[in-house]
Design a protein around this ligand. Structure first.
Ligand code: PLP
Length: 470
């Protein structure tokens, strides 16, 4: 099989991808084929013989497309998903085509250089300390893990324990204090780090899911020794920020490392009008955030940011004789991430910041929040629909007929109508529909179409729940 035929397949893929994205604005947001349908289409024994690239691509496109979820559509509000902006996708195509292994300056000089610049730009946009180090990882889950590995290393080093050399066996215990409404993925990071679930102290949260500073102070005051506090910028359901201006001094006074999971909420920092929401967050010791949410990079892309670059490097760096070390003054990409071989995520990150610029990022984040507020305002005016928490950022929680069954039935109807996509979540033990406005493709007009479609779905569903209609 010639390389030339493979190159033609690249053009075929580009053409199909562009056609897909051209059609996405009007496409249905729910796939027309199920997981099972797609499994059946692809399933079969390992092929004995290879195939022509053009035929492979045609097969892939024809069989996979019906099962694609319209996550890049303007009215896709499920989970917290950016639009995989075409500019970022284009940069990512080049990333794949260039085939750079972004381990080191030696293996990929251009990738390492662009990553170094993108890291600086990220710190600037997010209003974080210029001396912090940035690791480019798969997403906020791994970013949380990396930051917490640096935290674990440093709080133990301060009491004379070298966790990199001696592990956790016999180590002084670390107290980990985490907000009661933290994201589930932070807990998985803690699990990988040997900081088990039963050892955590859950700190009370308020009705918006914000950590209560007085509860944190009390919990920290009940013990001594190495401590890590995990706070949050952007609670998944409410979008709320923890009160950093109060939490930072409490953590500092106790000598604790303060980590912030800011998968999406940290991007409020990029907007002069929204920055007040996360005031004080720059006083933390580490931050995890995503590129594939509010920066709109394609999957996968996240950033592990640590104020103390030496702690970050100590937790992650390694050496191999066949990798010439970078000069001391240079930033080696693999020193800040768990992987050795890795994708050059700096290219797409650089391209997206270059695409939007400082003002464009701010405008997009502000627009998403304005759209969320507009949708919430329209829905709140409809009888039987309740907005469960004030809309602080870009997340909206909606409940129908103040009833779990009515809410789930309305979500089902909305997904079947496929004008928009939103999913369900449990909040304080009750089902809600969660709308996350996190795509740069969404417009204020989409807010109206969305509200109209949700109201229409509810009016049809509520006839089945007559006692829940007002
Ligand atoms: C608050 C928060 N933290 C962490 C994560 C995990 O991010 P990722 O899926 O990019 O790893 C998410 C994902 O939605 C999130 O909302």
């Amino acid at each position: 099989m010639s390389i030339e035929a493979g190159l033609d397949a690249m053009a075929q893929a580009a053409e199909a991808a562009i056609a897909y994205r051209r059609g996405i604005a009007t496409a249905e947001t729910t796939p027309t084929a199920s997981y099972r349908d797609i499994l059946d289409a692809f399933d079969g024994p390992v092929p004995n013989a290879g195939a022509e690239p053009a035929a492979i691509l045609s097969e892939l496109i024809a069989q996979a497309t019906p099962g694609l979820r319209g996550s890049t559509a303007p009215r896709f509000f499920g989970w917290v998903i950016g639009t995989s902006h075409p500019t970022g996708v284009a940069a990512d195509w080049l990333t794949a085509a260039w085939g750079q292994n972004a381990t080191a300056i030696a293996s990929a000089p251009a990738a390492a250089a662009v990553e170094a610049v993108a890291a600086r730009w990220l710190l600037d946009l997010l209003g974080l300390p210029a001396e912090a180090s940035v690791g480019f990882v798969t997403g906020a889950t791994v970013a949380n893990f990396v930051c917490l590995a640096a935290a674990r290393s440093e709080v133990l080093a301060r009491v004379g324990w070298d966790v990199e050399a001696d592990g956790l066996f016999g180590a002084p215990p670390i107290r980990v204090l985490i907000g009661a409404d933290a994201h589930a993925t932070v807990h998985s990071g803690l699990k990988f780090l040997g900081l088990g679930a039963r050892r955590l102290t859950l700190v009370d949260a308020d009705e918006m899911g914000r950590m209560r500073p007085e509860s944190l102070a009390k919990a920290l005051g009940q013990g001594t020794g190495p401590a890590i506090v995990i706070a949050q910028s952007g609670q998944l359901n409410t979008g709320a920020n923890d009160p950093f201006a109060q939490i930072v001094p409490i953590a500092r006074e106790a000598g604790a490392w303060l980590h912030v999971d800011g998968a999406f909420g940290l991007w409020a920092q990029a907007s002069p009008t929204l920055r007040h929401l996360s005031a004080g967050v720059d006083g933390a010791d580490s931050w995890a955030t995503d590129g594939h949410k509010w920066l709109q990079t394609p999957y996968d892309c996240g950033y592990a940011i640590v104020r103390d670059a030496a702690a970050h490097r100590r937790a992650m760096a390694f050496s191999a004789s066949y990798m010439p070390p970078a000069a001391d003054s240079e930033r080696e990409p693999s020193a800040f991430v768990p992987e050795f071989s890795r994708r050059a995520r700096g290219f797409a990150t650089w391209a997206m910041i270059r695409q939007f610029g400082r003002s464009g990022v701010a405008e997009m984040v502000e627009r998403c929040c304005a759209i969320a507020a507009r949708i919430a305002g329209r829905l709140a005016a409809e009888r039987g629909i309740a907005i469960v928490a004030p809309v602080e950022l870009n997340q909206v929680m909606v409940r129908f007929g103040d009833d779990d069954a009515a809410t789930l039935a309305t979500i089902e109807q909305i997904q079947a109508d496929a004008i928009l996509f939103a999913g369900g979540a449990l909040w304080r033990g009750e089902w809600v529909m969660r709308i996350s406005v996190s795509s740069s493709a969404t417009t204020l007009d989409d807010a109206e179409v969305t509200a109209d479609a949700i109201i229409a779905a509810w009016r049809r569903v509520k006839t089945r729940f007559p006692s829940r209609s007002c």
